[in-house]
Design a protein around this ligand. Structure first.
Ligand SMILES: Nc1ccn([C@@H]2O[C@H](COP(=O)(O)OP(=O)(O)OP(=O)(O)O)[C@@H](O)[C@H]2O)c(=O)n1
Length: 392
């Protein structure tokens, strides 16, 4: 049993449903993580009450997925998702309401779930409802589909990638029938929305055993139907438990096609910017970084480039000091620290504005960052007049 606020809200909601004569339990990842001794935050409640009945028990609810049977219950202490027991194992948002079958039986609800470890329910008193040997599989470190594996993956092909992601997160094996079904159905992953695939890969990179996950991708043949190259041997030593570093390293492994490949996974602009910076920094590392590189890239980006250079055993010039120390010694850390701006330049030169202003500011920035020029009004003025304009 866990004791944070989310759990307390869930217990209180379950109690209120029980007092109204219904059955309600905690299900899914929260139960699995509790058994694993891991903190679980996303606490989902399942109940035999129909969605309208759930709404009648509580003063404040929001229909967040009412056609799929999910109601958000707003309790004074917090909120929790309450889902009516159902039989369909379809997990996309494209289901038509008539495809969703609500039932009163917990056993049937657990039966349509993906893996035995995710098909355990927990009552308010801390006891478990475990029809499919979920706890035993968790104990043994096994990912096993509930019942007919082929059927589970036909209902939702993303589940195959979930199996892979769990194997990376937990270091678990995939039971042989389940793996075989994955091999049979691997091509169906092509039909899954890219955003859903990305969300699983996000979690895979954060896993403590990414290598295990990529091996499962290979063994299941899923690699043949995903965008980009995945080879377990490249991931043997990768261990960052960081989503962004996962994507950046994946990009390194894609070579010149990285942009195309990552574009397919719909990374956010922020994520793409990070990946791009790391790749540029890695390229620059070949001849060793100059002050400009330490200025341009963040400590995290530079650290990532060093880490990847090591993993790939690249022939590069590694920094001799800590990146943080080098960065602290830079004459300036941000563009805005430059004492001179475009207006000053126009005034001094008496020239009309144009692209030259940007170029001159850039040259000035580089000279200051490189320590060739002091960040001082008079010195910069002299430099612009005597060196910069002359050489033009
Ligand atoms: N394709 C899916 C997705 C989910 N589930 C079921 O719905 C539960 C909740 O799913 P979700 O919140 O997406 O994942 P978790 O298993 O909770 O894992 P995590 O929170 O680590 O992503 C799962 O445990 C599982 O019982 C499923 O059967 N098939």
């Amino acid at each position: 049993m866990q004791n944070n606020k989310e759990w307390q809200v869930a217990y209180s909601v379950i109690e209120q449903l029980e007092n109204a004569g219904f059955e309600a339990v905690i299900v899914g990842g929260a139960v699995r993580d509790t058994i694993l001794g891991r903190p679980a935050h996303d606490v989902d409640v399942a109940t035999n009450a129909m969605p309208d009945e759930v709404k009648s028990v509580f003063n404040h609810t929001v229909d967040i997925g009412i056609q799929h049977g999910t109601v958000l219950v707003i309790d004074p202490a917090g909120s929790v998702e309450v889902t009516t027991y159902r039989t369909d194992g379809e997990y996309t948002d494209h289901r038509r309401p008539e495809e969703v079958q609500f039932v009163r039986s917990l056993k049937e609800d657990l039966q349509r779930r993906d893996f035995t470890m995710n098909a355990i329910a927990m009552r308010r008193d801390g006891s478990f409802v475990d029809f499919y040997g979920g706890r035993q599989d968790i104990e043994a470190g096994v990912i096993r589909a509930v019942g007919d594996a082929q059927k589970r993956f036909s209902e939702d092909a993303l589940r195959m990638l979930r199996a892979v992601r769990f194997s990376a997160q937990l270091g678990f094996l995939i039971e042989s029938e389940t793996l075989k079904a994955m091999q049979d159905k691997a091509n169906n992953i092509s039909w899954i929305a890219r955003e859903r695939i990305k969300a699983e890969l996000d979690k895979l990179w954060v896993g403590k055993d990414v290598y295990n996950g990529i091996r499962k991708l290979e063994e299941s043949n899923l690699v043949n139907y995903l965008n980009g190259t995945f080879q377990a041997k490249d991931w043997y030593e990768f261990n960052t438990q960081d989503k962004l570093l996962g994507w950046a390293y994946f990009a390194v492994l894609q070579g010149e096609h990285w942009r195309e490949v990552l574009g397919e996974y719909r990374l956010s602009n922020k994520e793409m910017a990070f990946v791009k910076a790391v790749l540029e920094a890695l390229k620059a590392l070949k001849n060793g970084w100059t002050n400009i590189d330490y200025f341009l890239y963040t400590e995290q980006e530079l650290e990532a480039a060093c880490y990847f250079a090591e993993l790939r055993q690249l022939d590069v010039q590694m920094p001799q000091q800590s990146i943080q120390e080098i960065q602290t010694m830079l004459p300036i850390r941000h563009k805005r620290e430059l004492i001179v701006n475009g207006t000053d330049l126009l005034k001094w030169s008496g020239k009309k504005g144009g692209p030259w202003v940007k170029e001159a500011l850039q040259a000035m920035l580089e000279a200051v960052v490189n320590g060739e020029l002091q960040n001082d009004q008079q010195q910069i003025k002299n430099w612009i007049e005597h060196d910069y304009f002359k050489q033009e």
